[in-house]
Design a protein around this ligand. Structure first.
Ligand code: BGC
Length: 918
């Protein structure tokens, strides 16, 4: 019936005329034009951006056969169809993702307006809606602005172990002529900045700009400020916070913490007039500043203190009396290259209404947001001038309802607000964030009510692109917890946790997790930026640290943490068709592989490791790390297996980059390591590797080191070991990265499902049943020592989220960026239904199914310009129906074969309703 309906729609489709004498088919359209994966970006850092678009179509099996791109220097030219920068003309190609701009050479400040139209096998589109990008300041000589700051503290500042530094306020006033055509501001404010123009806060970014190793790279942000300026007097104000620039713990003994110095800024405002003249306003020592403003201290670990009695109304407007302010000083540049920020800014992405407030004692209240999160609390308050409200944050509470802060180590996580008094005041901090679910409120004038507070959820503005829901409540809860854990730890870089005195971009936590995350959030630019951070942290000898940017100096030389560098590059290519990170980083990756091999490889075994299978479930509940050697896996085994696996990726990258000699080199290394590994660790009589942990057996199995003839026997040992643990997890950060997909690939998705849906210890479901609303750092997070026990860490997710999407929903890419999909949902025997969708670069993929013991009903959506091989559970290929009709005879469905109880079909884009008995 549905099919007939679709045909009726097709028959009724209207053919309309479009400019340029093409025939546009109204059923086919274009959407989501992106430049460097961003919507209408300003100030990009490349003159050869990559352009992408998505095709919409209500006809099945729609494929692009040609495209035309027009790029113009003004919107008017674009409307008139004049691509003065680039007219690609009609290009026969199916490429609609990452198409290289190949027009006139662009330079700094270029404004580019673009549109595209495509031809498909089902007709042509009209021109898309226009989109745009502009180029930033690419040449060092473009920058006329000077770095300003003040390289000293004031009486109220302190540079003790817990640094305290007030925010710095800068201002400048200037005069503009009438006839402003366009004005663009470029800014860096280290560590964080807020930018005001004529009294108005610009943009909705927070905690800007993206954090880096400022001696290597400094990101600048670009704003169109045309509408904020006027003829005559204008003023700019900036507030500088500390961020990671002026570090939170300057005098911290055990770790060498990188220090950059006191806050500083660089600003260049370029104004173009209608008469063609230009004016540039720059930061220099004509600016004025004060450190004696309302933000008294701001420290990411310890919190922000704001004294509203010290506000100076109108300070960022013209006419403000700044005679008491100091003269800005010219200071040294931070040293890093000025780079356009190409990853999305951090924003307040969500707000949360608290669910409970209880009085703990006189004047002290505990507020519960119901969700562990990262961000801050916004408060509404009315009281007397000088009243002080103190907000202290924590992830959990103790049985007596007091905050539980032992696991925050020495982070003070305390915001203090001093009222100016009189009218109602609304406040939240701006230069810090906290990881919390509970807030202790003291000193609040009157009785605080629930609706006086709001949680602001702060993370990188990455669109949520995945949806995953099943008929199993505990799995849904785990997914919810993972979602909140992932977003909590996006802070311009992936951090390990958002609450204690750490918050560091540890590489190992993201090795495979980043793949799972890429199904949930559009994190391509985010991770591409992180790979730059990692490259910049490489030492001349090739060493890559465990933390990058290397705010903590941890070059411990191991395979599993730095190896993330290579795994993430592969993820970006597979998930987003982004090849640039591989091209850019290949040489550094190879250098690191060489470094590790020369320094630590003996007889094809890597002899150095640091973390082992980090955080396995330990033998007793209070332990952080297992002491029992039968639970831990040999570090050299792990390191060697990783070297093997990463060599495989390097071989693939080398082939992609047309480096056959390198590819051969890595292929040979792989072979040699594989042999040495089996010789050293494999016991042929028992088919066990090393001490027979799941991790020791799983790594060689999954990476392909195990000889084919031995695979079944090794797999049996893995299963036996899991059965011994009552079908519970026994792996840590390393083994869990491959566990769910490994069990599924070797034929036991049911066992993977049991592990995933367990509610008893140790499991993700155990955490959820113990009240977790995020994922814990430790399987025994409720009983372990607080020294290392965050409640919002995501490293233990391993490959769970990737497995949810790839194997439970059955949404997997064959090649780069989901141009071809393989859709093969695993049958676990436990699931009644799954509803999943994923926004691929080509458009939305959907996989919704209901399954009984005997039948399978499956709704599949494949986006235009891509295709899928679908595996329908069935007895017989000829009995599979689609939309109620036998599939044989439906022209968009090509039956391929029956295999292992699946009817394998090849389908084009569109919506399908399959049904089969199996
Ligand atoms: C961090 C982890 C990290 C580990 C490695 C911990 O303190 O929180 O996420 O990967 O250290 O040493």
């Amino acid at each position: 019936m549905k099919r007939i309906f679709t045909y009726l729609i097709l028959a009724a489709a209207v053919i309309v005329n479009c400019p340029g004498n093409c025939y546009a088919d109204s059923r086919i359209g274009l959407q989501n034009l992106r430049c460097e994966m961003l919507n209408n970006p300003l100030g990009i850092g490349t003159i050869k951006p990559r352009l992408s678009w998505q095709i919409t179509s209500d006809a099945r099996n729609t494929n692009q056969v040609a495209y035309q791109i027009l790029v113009a220097s003004t919107p008017e030219k674009l409307t008139a169809g004049r691509g003065d920068l680039w007219d690609s003309h009609k290009v026969s190609s199916d490429a609609s993702v990452m198409v290289n701009y190949s027009g006139k050479a662009l330079d700094s400040r270029a404004a580019c307006y673009w549109k595209v139209r495509v031809w498909t096998n089902n007709g042509a589109t009209a021109w898309s809606k226009p989109a745009k990008w502009s180029v930033g300041l690419l040449n060092p000589t473009d920058w006329k602005a000077k770095w300003i700051g003040c390289d000293r503290g004031f009486a109220w500042d302190s540079v003790s172990k817990f640094s305290r530094l007030s925010a710095r306020y800068y201002r400048c006033q200037f005069d503009l002529k009438p006839g402003i055509k366009k004005a663009t501001a470029y800014i860096v404010g280290l560590g964080h900045y807020e930018l005001y123009v004529n009294g108005q806060l610009l943009g909705d970014q927070v905690l800007a700009q993206a954090p880096t190793d400022y001696t290597q790279s400094v990101k600048y942000n670009t704003f169109d400020v045309t509408d904020h300026l006027k003829k005559g007097d204008n003023a700019i104000g900036t507030v500088l916070g500390n961020g990671r620039y002026f570090t939170m713990r300057p005098k911290y003994k055990p770790k060498k913490i990188k220090e950059f110095g006191f806050p500083k800024m660089l600003l260049q405002l370029e104004v173009e007039y209608n008469d063609g003249t230009k004016q540039t306003i720059i930061s220099d020592n004509n600016w004025k500043f004060t450190a004696d403003g309302p933000i008294r201290t701001n420290n990411e670990y310890d919190g922000e203190e704001y004294d509203a009695t010290k506000e100076f109304p109108g300070w960022s407007k013209p006419g403000f009396d700044d005679s008491q302010w100091l003269k800005a000083e010219l200071v040294q540049a931070p040293g890093g290259k000025l780079d356009a920020q190409m990853n999305e800014p951090i924003r307040v992405m969500d707000t949360i209404k608290p669910i409970g407030i209880n009085q703990l004692k006189k004047d002290v209240w505990i507020l519960d947001l119901g969700q562990n999160m990262a961000g801050w609390l916004q408060m509404r308050v009315k009281g007397n001038r000088g009243d002080k409200v103190t907000l202290r944050y924590a992830e959990t509470v103790q049985p007596n309802n007091e905050l539980y802060v032992a696991n925050l180590r020495d982070a003070k996580v305390t915001d203090v607000y001093t009222l100016k008094g009189g009218a109602e005041e609304i406040w939240h901090p701006v230069f810090v964030y906290h990881g919390f679910r509970y807030v202790e409120i003291s000193g609040y004038p009157g009785k605080p009510e629930l609706n006086d507070f709001e949680g602001h959820v702060v993370y990188d503005a990455l669109p949520t692109i995945g949806h995953f829901e099943t008929s199993n409540d505990i799995v849904n809860k785990i997914y919810h917890n993972a979602y909140w854990g992932i977003l909590s730890n996006y802070k311009g870089m992936p951090v390990d946790c958002p609450q204690r005195n750490e918050r560091m971009p540890w590489l190992g936590d993201r090795a495979v997790g980043s793949l799972g995350e890429s199904f949930v959030f559009a994190n391509d630019n985010f991770y591409a930026k992180w790979l730059d951070d990692i490259a910049q942290s490489q030492k001349p000898d090739g060493a890559i640290p465990d933390v990058a940017p290397a705010y903590w100096n941890y070059y411990s030389d191991n395979m599993t943490w730095p190896g993330t560098y290579i795994l993430v590059a592969d993820m970006l290519y597979r998930q987003f068709a982004d090849k640039a990170p591989i091209e850019k980083n290949y040489a550094s990756m190879k250098k690191w592989m060489d470094y590790m091999r020369f320094k630590y490889m003996k007889n094809n075994i890597v002899t150095k490791d640091k973390y082992g299978d980090w955080c396995v479930p330990p033998e007793s509940p209070e332990l952080i790390h297992a002491k029992d050697s039968s639970l831990n896996t040999d570090g050299q085994l792990i390191a060697t297996a990783y070297y093997y696996n990463l060599s495989g990726l390097m071989e693939k990258f080398a082939r992609m980059l047309h480096k056959p000699a390198d590819a051969q080199f890595f292929a040979t290394i792989k072979q040699n390591i594989g042999k040495a590994f089996n010789d050293k660790y494999f016991d042929k009589t028992t088919s066990k590797y090393s001490n027979n942990t799941v991790t020791a057996n799983l790594l060689p199995m999954y990476f392909g080191i195990t000889p084919t003839a031995n695979k079944q026997a090794v797999f049996k040992n893995i299963v036996a070991k899991i059965n011994d643990a009552h079908d519970h997890i026994s792996t840590g950060v390393i083994g869990t990265q491959w566990l769910m997909r490994g069990l599924t690939e070797f034929g036991r998705p049911d066992l993977a499902w049991r592990i995933a849906s367990n509610t008893t210890y140790p499991s993700w479901g155990y955490m959820a049943n113990r009240g977790a609303t995020t994922i814990w750092e430790l399987w025994n997070g409720d009983t372990a020592n607080p020294a290392m026990n965050s409640r919002n860490h995501i490293m233990l997710l391993g490959d769970l989220i990737a497995w949810f999407y790839q194997d439970i929903a059955g949404i997997k890419t064959v090649n780069a960026g989901f141009k071809q999909l393989v859709m093969q949902p695993a049958i676990t025997g436990e699931l009644d239904s799954v509803n999943a969708s994923y926004q691929t670069p080509y458009g939305l993929v959907r996989s919704n199914y209901t399954s009984t013991k005997k039948s399978f009903n499956w709704h599949v959506t494949v986006p235009p310009n891509s295709s899928a091989r679908v595996y329908v559970p069935a007895k017989n290929i000829s009995e599979v129906t689609e939309g109620g009709a036998k599939i044989l005879g439906i022209k968009e469905i090509k039956p391929l074969k029956m295999e292992n109880g699946r009817a394998i079909l090849s389908i084009g884009s569109g919506d399908y309703d399959f049904e089969a008995k199996y």
